[in-house]
Design a protein around this ligand. Structure first.
Ligand code: 5GP
Length: 185
């Protein structure tokens, strides 16, 4: 049975990473797309698992060869979804793409059946608290991500579903229910 494609977006710091990790723990049959990026690995990130870390020329080559389903500039680096991987993984399972809104709308154009889910913070103040709290960005990066977050929040109504991440387990429950609902349509 072919799976369905679910795209998850939300501003940096909203908790997407944790939500996606918990979704896969609760539904191990769900496949997760591994993106390519030109940004450097953060401590603990593993090439081929967290991302495919690429140089600019490698990324350019993949664009030139039509290797991306979509790609975008996000927070000063490039990120893209390798096309072949999506086709492979979707053959048997539903697949989750955790990508930014530009990427989400490109995927919707290419694959109109894709389900777009936006994870929103309870408030912008809470988003800033979470971003500062995770301690992975410097002050300038935090400001850039807060400003990008405003832009991202402005398009959330174009998503099929919006889930406010108050409490992780509630958010995971809600998204699992959404996944079930669309898989059974
Ligand atoms: P981070 O650098 O924090 O891992 O991710 C930064 C942003 O890039 C997040 O908003 C994430 O959703 C987005 N992103 C990750 N992979 C992709 C991708 O393949 N395509 C697009 N368009 N955005 C991506």
């Amino acid at each position: 049975m072919a799976g369905r494609l679910f795209v998850i977006s939300g501003p940096a710091g909203v908790g997407k990473g944790t939500v996606v990790k918990r979704l896969i723990e609760r539904r191990p049959d769900l496949a997760l797309s591994v993106s390519a990026t030109t940004r450097s690995p953060r401590p603990g990130e593993v090439d081929g698992v967290s991302y495919y870390f690429m140089t600019d020329p490698q990324f350019d080559d993949l664009i030139a060869n039509g290797g991306f389903l979509e790609w975008a500039n996000v927070h000063t680096h490039r990120y893209g979804t390798p096309r072949a991987q999506v086709e492979d993984k979707l053959r048997g399972n539903s697949l989750i793409l955790e990508i930014d809104p530009q990427g989400a709308f490109s995927v919707r154009r290419a694959m109109p059946d894709a389900v777009l889910v936006f994870i929103a913070p309870p408030s912008m103040e809470e988003l800033r608290r979470r971003l500062v709290g995770r301690g992975t960005e410097d002050a300038a990066d935090i400001e850039r991500r807060m400003s990008d977050a405003q832009t991202e929040m402005a398009v959330r109504d174009r998503y099929d579903e919006v889930v406010v991440n108050n409490e992780i387990e509630d958010t995971v429950d809600r998204i699992l229910a959404i996944i079930n609902e669309y898989e059974n349509r």
